[in-house]
Design a binder for this molecule. Structure first.
Ligand SMILES: NC(=O)c1ccc[n+]([C@@H]2O[C@H](COP(=O)([O-])OP(=O)(O)OC[C@H]3O[C@@H](n4cnc5c(N)ncnc54)[C@H](O)[C@@H]3O)[C@@H](O)[C@H]2O)c1
Length: 374
């Protein structure tokens, strides 16, 4: 597991996924021994790795990736490094015959993503990319609504993702500084559009076109060491996506917005037969038959308590961490050959949407999304 001293690697992947799987006794296999993940932590800092390993009762860590890849008993390479560091490490892991699971975006560019996808195919190793939002309870409920036909014809959707990221020094910024430096692979388009690609493709249907603009609203920030730096990457993106069949999705992604919502991500979907607002965990609906009558009259307080007219969609499963669920699916894919659709080609599609979004922003126009194949 490379990059586990980072925010995602440590919290979501090591602690809440791999260690949580060990705490539950592994991944149950019908009629067989459970799948038991045995992590070898890889990183650049001896002291951080030693501290992390000892905090969690783990014995194996190294700063030598090549030596780790040469160990035959480790079958899977996982990468949560910053994105720009990922391609050479994943390439080396594939060459060493490892199955590979990694964070999104799979690589900084679509071409390098396809190169890795082809290398994995040719080497016969199994690969996967994190698509965590698909496993969020709120989006699972939304998908269920779509599949049940609740919406009738989906007209449009409107998503708000984001929160205020402190520029520093005080309060301390809660995201890594490379996110705000283009030269280090930062920028909210390359960060968020890969998520929007798999969310839209899987919930509504294939994304066919994108129109986006973006901006660096806060031009100077303070880094982890307290030093000021120029923000060279965009910190907000405003996009429209056209879905096959004609639905329009607007999506705001911003680290410069203060939250007046129930959750840090919310997506309102309007259809001819009903509407829904899905968040990370919750999802509320208003069917056509209970839609109240609205009459425009700014001279009087609105007589309708609009939010009170919505109904919560109940959870059918106890909520589970989405990263852990996807880890379990990937490990079952590796060990039991169960299907796992979120491979490097899927990852490349996410990177493709980010690249086309940047092109749209640069050229100030709609850009179509061509089919991507190996
Ligand atoms: N799935 C999601 O929702 C989600 C959310 C945030 C980030 N991510 C992705 O996860 C990856 C890691 O993001 P993060 O927020 O954890 O970043 P982070 O800065 O907290 O961690 C980066 C990790 O990469 C390592 N690293 C290797 N080479 C490095 C270098 N040259 N400079 C700096 N760090 C280096 C660091 O040691 C650290 O372990 C990125 O690819 C990012 O796009 C995914």
């Amino acid at each position: 597991m490379n990059g586990v001293t980072g925010r995602m690697g440590m919290n979501q992947h090591l602690i809440r996924s791999i260690l949580a799987i060990r705490e539950q006794g592994g991944i149950a296999v019908a009629g067989g021994d459970p799948i038991w993940p045995e992590p070898l932590l890889v990183g650049r800092s001896e002291s951080k790795l030693r501290a992390l390993a000892s905090a969690h009762g783990l014995e194996r860590w190294t700063t030598d990736l090549d030596a780790a890849l040469a160990e035959p008993e480790y079958e899977v390479y996982f990468d949560a490094q910053l994105t720009s560091a990922r391609p050479p490490a994943v390439e080396a892991a594939i060459a060493a015959g490892k199955h590979v699971y990694c964070e999104k975006p799979v690589t900084p560019g679509v071409e390098s993503a396809l190169v890795l996808a082809r290398a994995a195919r040719d080497a016969g190793v199994k690969v996967g990319v994190v698509q965590d939002k698909l496993f969020l309870p709120g989006l699972v409920k939304l998908r269920r609504l779509v599949e049940s036909g609740f919406f009738g014809r989906i007209i449009a959707a409107r998503g708000e993702f984001g929160y205020w990221v402190y520029p520093g020094p005080d309060p301390k910024p809660q995201r890594p500084s490379w996110n705000y430096r283009r030269e280090d692979g930062g920028g909210i388009v390359s960060d968020m559009f890969p998520h929007w690609r798999y969310v839209l493709d899987n919930v509504f249907g294939p994304v066919r076109s994108v129109c986006a603009t973006a901006a660096t609203h806060i031009p100077a920030r303070v880094d982890e060491a307290g030093a000021a730096y120029d923000a060279t990457a965009e910190d907000a993106a405003y996009a429209m996506f056209e879905i096959e069949g004609g639905a329009i999705v607007q999506m705001n992604s911003s680290w410069c917005v203060r939250v007046h919502r129930d959750e840090l991500f919310e997506l309102q979907v309007d259809g001819t037969h009903g509407s829904a607002v899905a968040g990370l965990r919750e999802c509320a609906v208003q069917p056509a038959v209970t839609t109240p009558k609205s009459i425009w009259n700014p001279d009087l307080p609105d007589p309708v308590a609009h939010r009170a007219q919505w109904t919560e969609v109940p959870a059918t499963e106890p909520p589970e961490n989405g990263f852990k669920l996807q880890w379990e699916a990937f490990l079952r894919h590796v060990v039991l050959d169960e299907p796992f659709p979120w491979d490097f080609l899927e990852g490349a599609r996410g990177v493709q949407l980010a690249e086309l979004g940047e092109q749209s922003w640069r050229e100030r126009r709609w850009v179509d999304v061509p089919e991507l194949a190996l």
